[in-house]
Design a protein around this ligand. Structure first.
Ligand code: SAH
Ligand code: SF4
Ligand code: F3S
Length: 470
């Protein structure tokens, strides 16, 4: 029933797509209409951006990075931290000059920031030259929103409208030829007390496994070498679906697909990580022995305040099990420093945790209050300069751990996926399945391919090597 409704809606959007394509032929500054799509934030947003580009391509758009030659400029925003928001406000403000030079340019702002009412209002009031503002649940209506903005010359504002169903079959214009993102679930139900994501992305919804498997098979057939499954908490995949399936089972089914490719996934919430998940990774053909398992901090009181639903002992016991079946397991994590009320003594528990686990790398953040979350209302007595010192201390410890780990890899042989040429030193830049960067000399035709590399040198957390064979 719901599928039928969505299909009807998509058919309606196709009519707007055709109309906008016709109009843009005449409106374009230089013959073919051009769009600039700039995405901020996490891979989920990147994946949405690729769908938006897919729809724009169907409306006849080419793509550009130059604001001055664009007929349509869209910023796909992130709300996770204050810094991310400030960048967007600055960059949207700067578009005023572009609009003055090219009054016909359409400007749109979408993404997570737009699901926060006070932010959408601010964009509406402060930037009257923005034509379209829309949230995370309605990207499939882009053709209609563009039609209304152009033909009715109206400003368009659409927030909310979260539906139970997932919109499948949107066109996707992927940025890469060897690495692809596949969303397996949308939204988040966890409400970690610092986090805005559940408010701007809505409730958890899993895609049907058949849709995911079909997409991954298609990507493998098209020659994609690395497929990253996306969700804010992939470990709760399957909840609410009619079929009886969990994330470990989904991985098992995807691993059964034939071909030369690897599967990665993010993000795994430790509260839902199971032994079954690690067993599947250990026994798989396509999944590297790597997991991004954000612990956020190492102190039990703070973890409880963060509403993370695990403690240090549970986290460490998960890792102990995982390492017992995969001694070469590589782990990465997100860490928040300076959660409201965290003391220096408590912060030191994070330092001892990272010493104990020896993460390959860390994504580290200073707590940033987000309007509407519980964390934003908690007393936060530690001054910013103090938190900044703790942060530097954390970085120094992690740098040493990463350097030691890298040094221990000299002499080993690694299978890597070559990503690009580093313009600074002319070397090919590649990644192991565990997300460690290895640079080595080689030809351009290796880009996007797997290669076998021997590690010859460790430079902090980047390795240098020589190709052994394909
Ligand atoms: N769903 C993922 C994380 C999504 S947000 C998970 O649960 O792991 C990515 C990271 O941003 C989080 O892991 C957290 O470390 C950080 N983060 C989120 N909200 C934040 C805030 N208000 N201040 C600082 N860091 C934050
Ligand atoms: Fe945010 Fe927590 Fe959900 Fe991750 S699991 S998106 S940190 S609320
Ligand atoms: Fe940012 Fe939204 Fe992702 S808030 S981190 S882009 S889900």
């Amino acid at each position: 029933m719901e599928d039928i409704r969505i299909n009807e809606e998509l058919q309606r959007q196709k009519l707007f797509t055709a109309d906008v394509a016709e109009i843009m032929k005449v409106r374009a500054i230089n013959g073919t209409p051009k769009a600039l799509v700039r995405t901020y934030g996490c891979q989920q947003n990147v994946a949405d951006g690729e769908k938006i580009k897919g729809m724009l391509a169907e409306m006849g758009f080419d793509f550009t990075e130059e604001e001055s030659e664009a007929d349509f400029i869209l910023f796909n925003t992130c709300a996770v931290r204050e810094h991310a928001e400030d960048r967007v406000f600055g960059n949207v403000g700067a578009l005023k000059n572009i609009k003055r030079k090219h009054p016909s340019v359409l400007i749109a702002v979408c993404g997570c920031m737009m699901e926060q009412e006070h932010v959408a209002e601010r964009i509406k009031k402060s930037f009257p030259f923005v034509n379209i503002v829309f949230g995370t649940h309605v990207i499939h209506k882009l053709p209609e929103m563009m039609y209304t903005a152009i033909v009715d010359s109206k400003r368009v504002f659409v927030r909310g409208h979260e539906t139970k169903e997932i919109v499948e079959n949107l066109p996707i214009r992927r940025d890469g030829k060897s690495r692809a993102w596949v969303t397996v679930m949308y939204g988040c139900d966890n409400f970690c007390s610092y986090c805005i994501v559940p408010y701007v992305r809505g409730r958890e919804k899993s895609r049907k496994s058949e849709d995911i498997i079909r997409e991954v098979k298609g990507l493998v057939a098209d020659g994609y070498k690395e497929i990253t499954l996306l969700g804010q908490n992939v470990n709760s995949y399957g909840k609410g679906l009619e079929e009886d399936i969990n994330f470990a089972e989904l991985l098992r089914r995807l691993d059964a697909i034939e071909g030369d490719f690897r599967i990665r996934f993010m993000t795994s919430h430790p509260k839902d990580a199971t032994h079954e998940l690690f067993d599947v990774i250990a026994n798989s053909r396509h999944i590297p022995h790597y997991i991004h398992l954000p612990c956020q901090c190492g102190n039990d009181r703070v973890l409880k305040e963060m509403n993370r639903h695990y403690d240090r002992a549970k986290y460490l016991s998960l890792i102990e099990y995982a390492k017992s079946i995969m001694p070469d397991l590589s782990l990465t994590s997100d860490i928040i420093v300076g959660f409201p009320g965290e003391t220096y003594e408590e912060f030191k528990d994070t330092l001892t945790l990272i010493e104990e686990v020896k993460f390959t790398s860390l994504f580290t953040f200073i707590f940033s209050p987000r309007v509407g979350t519980k964390g934003a209302k908690m007393p936060d007595p530690i001054p910013a300069e103090e938190k900044s010192k703790w942060f530097q201390e954390l970085l120094a410890v992690q740098e040493r751990i990463a350097a030691e780990r890298c040094a221990s890899m000299v002499g080993s042989k690694e299978r890597v996926l070559v990503e690009e040429r580093n313009p600074k030193n002319g070397l090919l830049s590649s990644r192991t399945g565990s997300s460690i960067i290895i640079e080595f000399p080689g030809e351009d035709n290796l880009i996007g391919e797997f290669a076998e590399v021997e590690v010859t040198e460790a430079r902090n957390w980047i390795l240098r090597g020589q190709q052994v064979s394909r």
